[in-house]
Design a protein around this ligand. Structure first.
Ligand code: CAA
Ligand code: NAI
Length: 709
């Protein structure tokens, strides 16, 4: 192929005797079909040109190559395949050098491994993160990496998917040289010229010798196999990775490559791959809210927090960790001292574990100040209120903020359930009022619901997204309603769980069924961890607010009976489970089972058995149905926003993609049929969402609603 006919995404240029091949496929130089074709054409051109002595591969823009084009997975394959491209590079009769800057991930690193020499400059990140997408490195990574760095190091890289910096890559033997500057092109050219001058040979990774000591390799492999069996929690690709690396140890290169291909295709076909790739794109799509497109965020340089309890202290830590100065307001000096102590406790824990020095703690705490008077917030750019969950208290706090904060300050509430429109309407600047709903523990949990009241300005919403970025959180835009996206849906499927408990399933069986599905904990374990008192207070508030004329929904009183005994979960030593002597993992409690049986009798219910499968179907159908309502009512912009909420805030197993993606994979008609079946016994609870019905009638799925606005 003539050079000028190469696709634009791969450019070639002669620099003396070196052919520089530049991959220029924005945004991240993913290895789409045009790039693959271009690379093969470039290597062919280098072979054909007697005046070319070496080839240098570099990436344009911020990265070398971010990997295969993830959007192509699951679509009909187009040739040349990535393994073929790598093989063409490795087989080149002239030395090929990869000069890496930014990301060299997945297929990107595999291209570099197929080259004969590798250099990386400062800031580069090298890794084989395919496991995070339900895959394994499918272009020779499982065969070349072990030959280059040994089975133990290769298994660690591939099973963790972690990124390594150039220094570590050099120590491992993954690269040959560290660049002195940060610009890969001149560093690469200088190295290539050296190779030409020294008449350096082609050096194929397939022939590299790091696997020579077979016994040591097999020992490492068996250790990784045992560890993976223990830790991979139902994930499909980690064991396939172990099998592929075993082939690198035991089989000739070409046979290993063939096996890697087979295992890779099995992973591609797995629903886990589809779930994990959905999650990858969904967590990027959530950033594209209408307001982030329409407006620029306001500057955030100084923050305020009202309330130093569980949430206020956690939010303060999240902000301090992001390098922001924080002023905390409490009602009185003793409460302020407690708030400060909550914040310090987090850093003391880090110091104790050796993850922070005392000086480090002191320098963080130097950015923290406290006050009992609101005047201290005069210069704050953004304030988050986290006081008691009572409308009157919140309104009083917002009146103070209205009085003291500078014009343009963003005034946010962390309320879980209260009407933010009402809070905003109570002050003179409703356009500045936003919901920022953090999850407990706020310095750890990644989800941040950005709740958008009716009167808020677009730039205030954009500022919420900007704060999430600074705090390294995943933001999801939500509308105002009781519980927003997450807690509103949670309230419904928790009821489904309670109905099953009253109907005959034990809380322990329900928790186990959900752990088997992939949750780290079941709903009753979560309740014990969070503290049963919180839900109890909410139920009482809701009962008081209930319209007496509305039909009475089924109400399970088991949780109330448990709370009435003061059993609030881990913090009181018992809840649904027993936690003897502060144990973190609970054991089933016969007295709780006795309470449940008494409640069944009181409600006139004859218990029946539930299969684990039925438990899952009911629990997830309740979640999906309310998810559809939330989308239909525009509380969530798209189904994917519901998915990200549940992946990041509620422990939904990532490889299942989130409840809405999961519903698509099961089939919406099946979910609707289940709901109609369940409705035969409880039509008030099981009302099919109009959106679900409409999608089934149209033969459409939730994915069809995921297009960005
Ligand atoms: N394929 C297709 N699109 C990709 C992509 C990929 N491999 N990697 C990133 N993108 C897209 C993102 O979706 C995003 O698109 P939008 O702007 O439309 O939302 C855009 O590129 C920019 O990505 P980020 O917002 O993530 O940019 P960043 O600068 O924060 O991070 C990055 C850059 C570190 C490379 C990050 O994007 C990343 O980790 N990408 C995925 C890397 C990966 O998993 N590679 C392995 C692929 S699988 C593989 O290679 C299999 C194989 O062996 C054959
Ligand atoms: P908490 O009871 O632990 O803390 C509340 C703090 O606010 C107390 O320290 C109290 O002294 C202080 N406070 C009360 N009135 C005040 C006032 N007028 N001025 C200054 N300080 C005042 O409560 P928690 O759990 O931190 O909850 C706070 C808010 O966060 C609530 O709105 C709650 O719904 C919400 N939330 C709670 C979550 C949780 O898991 N605990 C999760 C997400 C949101």
């Amino acid at each position: 192929m003539a050079l000028d006919a190469l696709p634009e995404v791969v450019k070639t240029e002669r620099r003396d005797s070196v052919l520089v091949v530049t991959i220029a496929n924005p945004p991240v130089n993913a290895l789409g079909v045009d790039v693959r074709r271009g690379l093969v054409a470039a290597i062919n051109a280098a072979e054909a040109d007697g005046t070319v002595a070496a080839v240098l591969i570099v990436g344009a823009g911020r990265n070398f190559i971010a990997g295969a084009d993830i959007r192509e997975f699951g679509k009909p394959p187009q040739l040349p395949s990535l393994p073929e491209v790598c093989q063409r590079i490795e087989n080149c009769s002239k030395p090929v050098l990869a000069a890496i800057h930014g990301a060299a991930l997945g297929g990107g690193l595999e291209i570099a491994l197929a080259a004969h020499y590798r250099l990386a400059v400062a800031g580069a990140r090298l890794g084989l993160p395919e496991v995070q997408l339900g895959l394994l490195p499918g272009a020779g990574g499982t065969q070349r990496a072990p030959r280059l760095i040994g089975a133990k190091a290769a298994l660690d890289l591939i099973l963790s998917g972690r990124h390594v910096a150039p220094k570590e890559a050099l120590a491992l033997g993954l690269i040959d040289r560290l660049g002195e500057g940060t610009d890969a092109l001149p560093e690469g050219l200088a190295y290539a010229q050296e190779l030409v001058d020294a008449k350096a040979p082609v050096r194929r990774t397939r022939d590299a010798a790091a696997l020579a000591d077979r016994d040591a390799q097999r020992t490492a492999l068996e250790a990784a196999r045992a560890d993976t069996a223990k830790k991979s929690r139902g994930l499909f690709s980690p064991m396939k990775i172990v099998e592929a690396v075993a082939a690198a140890i035991d089989l000739p290169f070409d046979e290993g490559m063939a096996l890697e291909r087979q295992l890779f295709l099995q992973c591609v076909a797995s629903p886990q791959r589809a779930g994990l790739i959905h999650a990858f794109f969904a967590e990027r799509e959530v950033l594209k809210a209408p307001e982030t497109k329409a407006a620029k965020p306001r500057p955030i340089e100084a923050c305020g927090i009202i309330g130093g309890g569980t949430m206020g202290a956690g939010i303060a830590v999240a902000m301090l960790d992001a390098g922001l100065p924080v002023t905390m307001i409490e009602r009185d000096e003793p409460s302020l001292a407690r708030g400060r102590a909550h914040v310090e406790k987090v850093y003391d824990g880090l110091v104790q574990k050796g993850r922070m020095t005392t000086e480090g703690k002191a320098s963080v705490m130097a950015r923290f100040s406290g006050a009992t008077s609101y005047g201290a917030l005069a210069q704050a750019d953004l304030v988050v209120e986290a006081v008691f969950e009572e409308m009157a208290v919140k309104k009083a706090v917002f009146a103070e903020l209205d009085r003291v904060c500078k014009p343009g300050a963003v005034l946010a509430t962390n309320t879980s359930y209260l009407d933010i429109d009402e809070i905003a309407a109570g002050i003179s600047r409703p356009g500045d009022v936003l919901g920022l709903h953090f999850f407990s523990p706020a310095n750890i949990m990644k989800l941040l619901e950005i709740v958008v009241p009716a009167q808020v300005s677009a730039d205030v919403v954009a500022t919420g997204f900007e704060l999430a970025k600074k705090l390294k959180k995943t933001p999801v835009r939500a509308g105002v309603c009781d519980g927003f996206i997450g807690n509103r849906i949670l309230a419904v499927y928790r009821q489904a769980a309670d109905h099953m408990m009253e109907g005959g399933a034990s809380p322990y069986q329900i928790d186990q069924a959900l752990r088997d599905f992939g949750y780290p904990m079941g709903p009753f374990q979560v309740s014990d961890l969070a503290g049963g008192d919180i839900g109890w207070a909410t139920r009482k508030r809701r009962a008081a607010a209930r319209d007496p004329k509305a039909p009475v929904p089924r109400y399970v009183q088991i949780a109330d009976r448990i709370c009435e005994r003061g059993w609030f979960g881990q913090k009181t030593g018992r809840g649904y489970y027993l936690y003897p002597e502060g144990a973190r993992t609970g054991t089933p409690d016969p007295e709780v089972m006795a309470i449940i049986e008494a409640e069944r009798r009181r409600a006139g219910i004859t218990p029946r058995s539930f299969s684990d499968e039925e438990i899952l179907r009911r629990y997830l159908a309740a979640m999906i149905n309310e998810g559809a309502n939330v989308v239909q009512q525009r509380i969530a912009l798209r189904p994917l926003d519901v998915d990200v909420t549940f992946l990041y805030g509620y422990g939904f197993p990532r490889h299942r993609g989130g409840p809405m993606h999961y519903a698509d994979s099961v089939g919406l008609a099946t979910v609707l049929a289940d709901i109609r079946e369940f409705a035969k016994e409880d039509p008030l609870f099981w009302q099919p969402s109009p959106l679900l019905v409409e999608l089934v009638e149209r033969g459409a799925d939730f994915a069809s609603l995921n297009q960005s606005e």
